[in-house]
Design a protein around this ligand. Sequence first.
Ligand code: SF4
Ligand code: SF4
Ligand code: SF4
Length: 400
Amino acid sequence: MSGIENAKKMSKQEVLDKIAASGILEYGLHHETLSERIRMAEEEAQEERLELGVVAALNNADTDGVLLEVLKENPEKVTGGIAILGYALGTDKLSLHIPESAAELADLVKDAAEAENVEIVTGLVNKRAEKGSVLMHMITAAGLSDVLEDSFVAGIYVSANGAELKKVACDTKLSDIVDLSEAKAVLAGYRYIRPETAAALTVGEAEIDNGLLRILTEKDCIVAETDEKLTASRKQSCGRCVFCREGLLQLQYMNNEIKEGRGKPDYIDMTKEIGEAMEFSTPCTMGQVSAKIVLSAVELFEKEYELHMKKKTCPAGVCFSAQTIYIDPRLCSGCGDCADVCPKDCIDGKPKYIYMIDDFDCDRCGKCIPECSEEAIVKTSGKVPKLPNKLTKVGKFRKR
Ligand code: SF4
Ligand code: SF4
Ligand code: SF4
């Protein structure tokens, strides 16, 4: 029998008592008991005369969505958990939020949601608009179904290095599920940790709040990885709060400038200042947590950042230093469009002659690439073919 079927055979108070007795905790970035969360929402709804509701979602800060696997695998558990709480609280204001980046999931969970009268909403949870509702992680909702089926087992969901998501006992050592021997850094949840720190942690201590566990080796660039994460957060932020919107914009801009070899000496201090201010001045987890990645990056890997800024060197060979941009002499038609946009003024040539990039001055910004209608401009980390070393008429270049 399903959890919601069991719940409906009990009184509302009996369901609430069962939830309290199970000790089930809110999943994700908040760790209070679900009972405490219910109590706080009830108080808020009463004080402000708001309608009590139940909302399940990922944490707003979660841009990776690996925990959505639980929803995909068993939508009935999640919608059932929402319905159980709705029943216990006597409300039919029930909703399930799906991130915009995974909007296609709405179709998959539609039947399960309809069966429990749960509304599917696409997008982040607007905490202000949902005042008076119990906000819970969708993993908490799935766990609640298990509680009512008497099958709940506490644990942490982990996808290690992109592998299948698994529920792991909290006291499992991190070193038992990933090989740390070649690790330069460990991305655990929303921040990096050093391998030696990771080696001493259990899964329950490692704050893998979004299911993400990834080993970064010497082949991975911390600056480039951080750039990806900040870009994803910027895209996902709803932009309502100045600190989150502007903070993420600034953090991502500075990190990207460092990645491209244009970092300025005060960027590290500014990153710390903005990141810390965001944590305390934003209402939802997106603002509170998304700076953690860059704060941990500049704190633990300051040397790697300095190499990018001062020496324009990427130790992992991922950023600018490892790449070359050149013009394929067989394809260039000598139009000069690329030279017009180059901010470094480092593309030489004249009409009807093959244009050439001065590798010394080129900072690999890539602005010239989309300008070329002949697709003659190539960015590569591989071998560069023989190129002309003097002005050569279009069609006259011969490899020797
Ligand atoms: S913190 Fe960010 S995501 Fe959250 S409400 Fe404010 S702007 Fe939106
Ligand atoms: S835009 Fe392309 S075709 Fe035109 S000069 Fe530059 S490389 Fe050659
Ligand atoms: S990559 Fe940037 S700096 Fe280099 S040639 Fe193209 S536009 Fe100029």
